[in-house]
Design a protein around this ligand. Structure first.
Ligand code: ADP
Ligand code: MG
Length: 350
């Protein structure tokens, strides 16, 4: 395949080329790409806004990240923030700084991923900006979404004695990243062997093509469960549960045996001499939803597919803790955990 330099189209030609097939999906989008600003109409609903930036070499490595996956991920991680507010994403703007390594074909791939995610989450691409970069590629996505005022779920509204629940499973994206980093020499062509990912497809997909949990938000709505507080897990379970606890002024107790971890995550962790629970607590990029709910919803929630009840909130004075499989109690730290009783001798982060 041959690559065409961006200069063949110029900035305006490129934007036009990449956005010409947009078909708007949402009634709230009155004007999309093509004027000085997009025009939206939310008709009295609450408007949710969130933004995320991805930098080459910091957040992604083009040595092993296909551009289509990268485009998909840039949209999905933003949609996840809107779902974490119990809202519905509607529009994104997408701003790009492109290096002189970028090609028209590469950008077509990237936008194919962007549009695939927009399709999946019902989002309109309504604008952006395009500029050049002297270093790597930078991607900034802003997402707008909506919710009825009484539907919005914040981080600071959990109360003591509520259930703590999580969707999906944790730690897999981090294990996928470790595997890709280990095999990177192969991607860079410094090695004649082929990377062998057999048996690790799931953790790779979790790293390269994360999904926002639209299905979970819809499931909870359908079952009439309104989370009391919610957050999406981008930086590891420990850090996110502590955000909810700190902001809501509650403590928590998690049970290690209830933390959902996929078999491939266990297998990879074992191969790398790591602890899978630490990966779930401190790994990143799971984009699962962590939420609290009233105690009387226990039976309903624990019967739902894709949801695990992993603990409960308690009074703030009791702190944030985890009870391990062997019955010990540890104090949670944003990065992993330390021994609750003998702080100095707790298990190390590894
Ligand atoms: P302005 O000069 O007003 O900033 P631009 O020439 O940057 O306008 O953009 C023209 C139109 O194309 C605008 O509607 C803008 O939102 C949109 N746009 C620019 N860059 C992108 C991009 N990377 N992806 C999608 N839309 C874009
Ligand atoms: Mg501009």
């Amino acid at each position: 395949m041959s690559y065409t330099e961006l200069s063949a189209l110029g900035e305006f030609g490129l934007i036009d080329h990449l956005t010409r097939d947009i078909r708007l999906k949402n009634a709230s989008t009155r004007k999309g790409v093509g004027d000085d600003a997009a025009v939206l109409d939310y008709e009295g609903k609450r408007v949710l806004v969130s933004t995320d930036m991805l930098i080459e070499g910091v957040h992604f490595d083009l040595a092993y990240t296909p551009l289509k996956h990268l485009g998909y991920k840039a949209v999905a991680v933003n949609a996840s923030d809107i779902y974490a507010m119990n809202g519905t994403p509607r529009q994104i703007t997408l701003s790009l700084a492109l290096s002189n390594h970028a090609s028209i074909e590469g950008m077509e791939e990237f936008y194919a991923g962007v549009y695939l995610a927009c399709e999946r989450y019902g989002i309109d691409l309504v604008g952006g900006d395009t500029t050049s970069s002297r270093t790597g590629m930078c991607i900034s996505v802003t997402v707008l979404g909506e919710a009825e005022e009484e539907e919005v779920v914040y981080r600071n509204t959990a109360a003591p004695n509520q259930l703590i629940c999580v969707s999906g499973d944790l730690g897999a994206a981090y294990m996928g990243l470790q595997l890709l980093e280990r095999e990177k020499v192969v991607f860079q062509g410094n090695d004649r062997t082929q990377p062998d990912f057999a048996g690790y497809e799931y953790i790779l997909e979790r790293q390269l093509k994360p999904e926002a949990r639209r299905d979970i938000v819809e499931l909870l709505r359908e079952k009439g469960v309104r989370p009391t507080a919610m957050i999406d897990i981008s930086d590891g379970l420990a850090s996110e549960v502590m955000h909810i606890c700190k902001d809501s002024k509650v403590g928590c107790n998690l049970y290690e045996e209830r933390i959902p971890i996929d078999y491939q995550t266990f297998k990879m962790a074992e191969e790398l001499n790591m602890n899978a629970t630490v990966c779930a607590l401190s790994g990143g990029e799971d984009y699962e939803l962590l939420f609290t709910a009233p105690l009387d919803r226990h039976d309903l929630l624990s019967a739902l597919p894709g949801i695990s009840v992993i603990g409960h909130t308690c009074r703030e004075e009791e702190g944030c803790r985890m009870t391990t499989r062997d019955g010990n109690t540890f104090e949670l730290k944003a990065q992993g955990w330390t021994n609750f009783t003998k702080k100095e001798e707790g298990p190390s982060h590894e």
